[in-house]
Write a protein that binds this ligand. Sequence first.
Ligand SMILES: C[S@@+](CC[C@H](N)C(=O)[O-])C[C@H]1O[C@@H](n2cnc3c(N)ncnc32)[C@H](O)[C@@H]1O
Length: 251
Amino acid sequence: MKGFFHPQILENFEIASSNYNKQAKLQNGVAWRLAKYCTRLNIPKGSWVDLGSGTGLLADALETCDPKQGVLRVDGSSGMLKRNKAGSLTQLWDLNLGLPSWSEQPSLLASSFCLQWLSNPSQRLEEWFASLLPGGWIAIAIPIDGSFPQWHFAAQAAGVSCTAMPLPSKQSLLETIPVQSIRFHKLLRFTETEDDVPAVLRTMRKIGAQTSPKSSLGIKEWRKINDLWPRSKKNGVTQLTWLIQLIFIQR
Ligand SMILES: C[S@@+](CC[C@H](N)C(=O)[O-])C[C@H]1O[C@@H](n2cnc3c(N)ncnc32)[C@H](O)[C@@H]1O
């Protein structure tokens, strides 16, 4: 998957920025998992950066786990950056342009729930890898292909297009990285539950993650998807499963 670029992506995150933290429970949980894994890495002394930091959930978790280490927060949405905790170091930057030039090479590039929004994620990852201090690390969390099986099933059964965000596979993402540098990876699976399909879509919108390269659907098409979306056998709730890939790479 080459990813897709659309100005709407950043615009939707900008609009969602004021309420992001209230809604981003999954993102917060994953940020903490990633930060805790980082405490086990032997990271050389140097600068740490959170790429696509949003409101700083991952950077905050990293700083809490290692209070002596500040983390630069880089994002393309000024609204998101404004919501970082007071005194944070932030940089407004469009990551589709590559990385900003910093005075020193970073020893940790961390990123959670961002890479899939960038154009050509595997190329971005290659650039990030090349920019690291020798011995430095990349720690990423990214939803991958195979996520949202309920949505894909319902759309296919209804004969309409699935407008869920396109996601890369782990293989395509890592095609530019030397195999021996991929130190560790772990797949996490989370299932969100909502009352109905409109509630699932509302939750996506509230975190700004609704942008799709596909044309939007009409009400009739959504009704068909709603009718065919698999419900939990136990209590009838609508489920949405995310597959989140954690990847740790050392240069
Ligand atoms: C789902 S949010 C994740 C934020 C944060 N990492 C977290 O886990 O809560 C995705 C973030 O990526 C940022 N983003 C998307 N495209 C970007 C781009 N081209 N350049 C910089 N940031 C981008 C958005 O502004 C948004 O803050």
